[in-house]
Write a protein that binds this ligand. Structure first.
Ligand SMILES: C[S@@+](CC[C@H](N)C(=O)[O-])C[C@H]1O[C@@H](n2cnc3c(N)ncnc32)[C@H](O)[C@@H]1O
Length: 236
């Protein structure tokens, strides 16, 4: 693979880490902070992870800033493409010495509820560069599956390449019962050749509205008044 492309990906990863750390700190979920004192792993689920170039950003965000540094980290990634998952596995192997456990699964994330080996809940569910625009119904199901896997007080995060796609994904997540905690435009997002497209252009974080955790495959329509929209956080 092209060297300059790889170093661009590394730079993107550093930007993502900074964006994520700042955002997680600013929403400071009480349950995420409380887990600082708990035992066990911080469980991260990365849906549609592709080759999981975001692994380093995820590990660093949760090791350094999210208030849970004394816990070890376990990343579970899933993508429908086997070759991408193979690459993700080799990438994540580099984190093993740092005590980060990982598991990568080839699976259709819109049917995650059928994956019997994945029977746990997660502190953070992440979808980097969600692809809602391409297949809205499929991605709405993937969002529902992600939300249904959150622990109480857990957070789901998405990043988006495009402005419009980000707005549509936020709306879909709200329809699925998510509460928008924060959405932020990444000021350091790297422009891509397609007009209006850039790397991790937007980040949004969500919690669950009340106890209304959706059953996988079932969309909850919540009144818009229950979905609070926080102002974007200025990041410099
Ligand atoms: C835009 S890429 C993002 C990959 C990675 N998160 C990143 O940012 O580099 C979208 C990913 O969604 C995956 N995908 C599409 N449909 C899927 C499905 N039903 N289940 C799991 N993964 C899926 C694709 O294979 C692809 O890796």
């Amino acid at each position: 693979m092209d060297r300059s492309y790889l170093s661009q990906c590394d730079a993107d990863s550093i930007q993502l880490q900074q964006l994520l750390q700042t955002a997680l700190l600013s929403v400071r979920s009480p349950s995420v902070s409380a887990r600082d004192h708990g035992s066990g792993h911080t469980e991260i689920l990365n849906l549609a992870c592709g080759p999981c170039r975001e692994a380093g950003a995820l590990v660093a965000s949760f090791q350094n800033e999210a208030g849970i540094s004394r816990r070890s980290i376990r990343i579970t990634g899933a993508d429908i493409r086997a070759a991408e998952i193979e690459e993700a596995r080799s990438r994540a192997a580099a984190f093993k010495e740092g005590g980060v456990e990982s598991e990568f699964i080839v699976f259709d994330c819109s049917r995650l509820n059928r994956l019997t080996q994945l029977d746990k809940a997660f502190d953070f569910v992440f979808l980097r560069h969600q692809n809602y625009w391409n297949a809205p119904q499929l991605w709405a199901r993937i969002f529902e599956q992600g939300l249904s896997r959150l622990k109480e007080g857990g957070i789901l995060g998405i990043t988006s390449y495009f402005d419009r796609e980000h707005d549509l994904a936020i709306k879909a997540l709200k329809r699925a019962g998510a509460s928008l905690l924060l959405t932020v435009r990444n000021p350091h997002s790297r422009k891509l050749p397609t007009p209006g497209k850039s790397v991790d252009r937007h980040l949004a974080l969500f919690g669950i509205v009340d106890e209304a955790k959706p059953e996988p495959g079932k969309t909850l329509i919540t009144p818009s008044t229950t979905c609070s929209q926080s102002p974007s956080v200025p990041l410099s």
